[in-house]
Design a protein around this ligand. Structure first.
Ligand code: ADP
Length: 422
């Protein structure tokens, strides 16, 4: 194992794990701290997903340090601190404080701060971050409820979060190549914002920083690292991203708790294609007329040889009405709770393949299955891989899980995803 990554949220962790897998590292993702006995014999990178983006800085620091130490115990030779490509943070942190603490842990030195991901519309020029061509402070991020970004100058933003000096490695240097960037790292600052306006720049930055004990940035800057590690002799070879995931034989199910537009389209497409389906109604759950037991009884009656769909997805008006009756939080919790209970019962009934739609819903299902560690498999649609989990609720059998953020995936996602399983 070479690279230990600490991500400040769950979907960011998956994003990074996918990037590393695509670029040739065999990657495992852990929700929370990885166990010390995690088998990393065939693993090049471990990504730890924290939920530390907006918690108090001192808590983010202590959680990140605990993750970093766990990764070092597993053998990590390099650390990567992953945050959002829009540099989501406030003047109180947490990017600066966490980066400083990780620098201390890895023995000082310098690091980079590079959230650029040109392919996803995040570019940095002269230290200014642009989102789809618009300065960060004019982008929708200016109105973010938790981390409103009012300054596009990342040197200023980061300098408000750290006592250490923040410098810039500008576009002209990056254009000159990896050796020029490496020289610039000796320029006197501790944290360097690095310009990048095309993916090729990220590969230059990867090659220039592969020797650093700590790198901080978005998933984009990880693009150049795997090849750079191989070129530096840290890694014997790159492993091509898997085309398929070998999942144990067993039944397949889809649980959808997302009401996002993409998921609603996928639900309609699955129903139109003739998949057996059961709708969950939050009001019926609240009144006790629909329970996990009822859902499991319905599942027991379904054909064994094709997937079925259990969904609560509804359109915005219906969701608003339900939220007015039950309260927003309560409406969410009872659906997540029911889908979690259903998921927890599936392994014992021979299910080995599960698609879950919705970020919060996925979190609830992961918790119910107690599936802490996921091996990253093939990408089904941008941002959504199949993963292999070993749910601790049913020791022994592995389970293929596709955890889909609500708005991800093509309309036929629920139909085609299975083709990627062997
Ligand atoms: P997404 O990734 O699309 O945001 P999430 O799972 O994160 O999906 O969030 C959807 C939230 O909506 C969950 O808390 C879920 O329990 C809740 N929910 C699901 N169906 C309904 C519904 N019909 N009415 C109200 N809330 C719902």
């Amino acid at each position: 194992m070479i690279l230990g990554c600490i991500a400040d949220d769950l979907t960011g962790a998956t994003d990074l794990a996918l990037m590393l897998t695509r670029e040739g590292l065999r990657t495992v993702q852990s929700t929370g701290l990885p166990p010390d006995d995690l088998d990393v014999a065939d693993v090049d990178a471990v990504v730890v997903a924290l939920k530390s983006r907006t918690i108090p800085a001192k808590d983010a620091v202590s959680q990140s340090l605990a993750a970093a130490r766990a990764l070092q115990r597993l053998g990590a030779q390099r650390l990567f601190f992953k945050y959002c490509s829009t540099f989501d943070s406030t003047d109180a942190g947490n990017i600066g404080p966490v980066a400083d603490a990780l620098l201390d842990l890895t023995g000082g030195g310098v690091t980079i701060a590079c959230p650029a991901f040109p392919r996803a519309g995040r570019t940095i020029y002269a230290g200014y971050l642009f989102v789809n061509g618009v300065p960060l402070n004019e982008s929708p991020m200016k109105d973010h409820p938790l981390t409103p970004m009012h300054d596009a100058n990342l040197m200023r933003v980061l300098q408000r979060q750290t006592k250490r000096s923040v410098g810039l490695i500008g576009f002209d240097v990056v254009e000159r190549g990896a050796a020029a960037v490496r020289d610039a790292l000796a320029g006197g600052a501790i944290h360097f914002i690095v310009d990048a306006i095309a993916d090729a720049h990220l590969r230059v930055i990867g090659a220039a920083t592969a020797h650093l004990p700590l790198i901080t940035g978005g998933s984009g800057v990880a693009m150049g690292l795997p090849a750079a590690y191989r070129d530096a002799g840290l890694l014997a070879q790159l492993t091509p991203p898997p085309e398929r995931l070998a999942a144990p034989a067993g039944r397949a199910a889809i649980l959808a708790g997302s009401c996002s537009a993409a998921t609603r389209g996928q639900v309609q497409a699955a129903i139109a294609a003739g998949l057996p389906h059961l709708r969950i109604d939050p009001l019926e759950i609240a009144s006790g007329t629909q329970t996990a037991q009822h859902v499991l009884q319905w599942i027991a009656r379904q054909p064994q040889d094709k997937p079925f769909l259990v969904y609560s997805s509804d359109d915005p008006d219906a969701v608003r009405q339900v939220q007015q009756r039950l309260g927003r939080a309560q409406a969410g919790t009872i659906v997540e709770d029911l889908l979690g209970r259903v998921a927890a019962a599936l392994p014992a009934q021979g299910f080995t393949r599960l698609i879950v739609a919705g970020g919060e819903t996925s979190g609830a299902v992961m918790q119910a299955l107690d599936a802490g560690v996921l091996s990253i498999g093939p990408e089904i649609d941008p941002g959504v891989p199949w993963t292999l989990a070993r749910p601790r609720v049913h020791a022994g059998s592995a389970m293929a899980l596709a955890l889909k953020s609500g708005n991800f995936g093509a309309p036929d996602f629920f139909l085609k995803a299975w083709d990627r399983l062997a």
